[in-house]
Design a protein around this ligand. Structure first.
Ligand code: AMP
Length: 215
């Protein structure tokens, strides 16, 4: 059973590695960032609320975020495993997740912390492109689409995320350092944390993750 959290700073490659993990291990990918972006695209009340925070690089309030994860994790497809990408990001979220996974009898098995030098992150963020139609993620340096500006999966037109600019990035990194970094100690204490070097080619990083998950 693989009940995984994938953690790491903005731009470290959580989204890209998550796509590979869920394909390999056939478990659902639960990305709070993707859930918010979907809600924004559909103009739902949740989307309008999340957009206020996301565009500034701020975290969406805990009660909103915890609510959507509680609903999603209780769904039937998570009974044989799941991958959480971008959640939890605060101690309050981690506490609530602990209670929920206990209640659902779906306890965490691995918390993977992807590590990368701060200086490399901004370059990765600036070269990231995403498909707003299907959510696929590309990188102009390390994972180019076959045709410039077009999604390989659905032919959608690739865009830059509205929060992938230097100003938002600085705020995101700061909130990561203040609110999310304490989770490293939290999960060390829970004996679940495994740190993986996030530097290198996509396949190299994925091999490191696979090794950890198959151990
Ligand atoms: P991501 O796609 O994981 O980089 O998330 C994009 C943005 O969505 C973040 O900068 C936050 O504004 C918001 N977000 C995603 N996950 C969370 C979370 N667990 N808690 C609060 N805000 C979140």
């Amino acid at each position: 059973m693989l009940n995984i959290i994938l953690m790491g700073p903005p731009g470290v490659g959580k989204g890209t590695q998550s796509e590979l993990i869920v394909k390999e291990f056939k478990i659902p990918h639960i990305s709070t960032g993707d859930m918010f972006r979907e809600a924004i695209a559909k103009n739902t009340p949740l989307g309008l609320k999340a957009k206020e925070y996301m565009d500034k690089g701020l975290l969406v309030p805990d009660e909103v975020t915890i609510g959507i994860v509680n609903e999603r994790l209780a769904m039937d497809d998570c009974k044989d495993g799941y991958l959480l990408d971008g959640f939890p990001r605060t101690i309050a979220q981690a506490d609530s997740l602990k209670n929920l996974t206990m209640k659902l009898k779906r306890p965490l098995t691995h918390v993977i912390n992807l590590e990368c030098d701060k200086e490399k992150l901004i370059t990765r963020i600036a070269s990231r492109r995403v498909c707003p139609k299907c959510g696929a993620s590309y990188n102009l340096i390390s994972k180019r689409p076959s045709v410039d500006g077009i999604c390989d999966c659905c032919n959608g037109e690739l865009i830059q995320r509205s929060d992938d600019n230097e100003e938002s990035f600085k705020v995101r990194l700061q909130s990561y350092e203040e609110k999310t970094l304490p989770l490293i100690n939290y999960y060390l204490h829970e004996r679940l944390l495994i740190s993986v070097d996030g530097l290198g080619e996509i396949d190299e990083v994925f091999s490191r993750i696979k090794k950890v998950l198959k151990r």
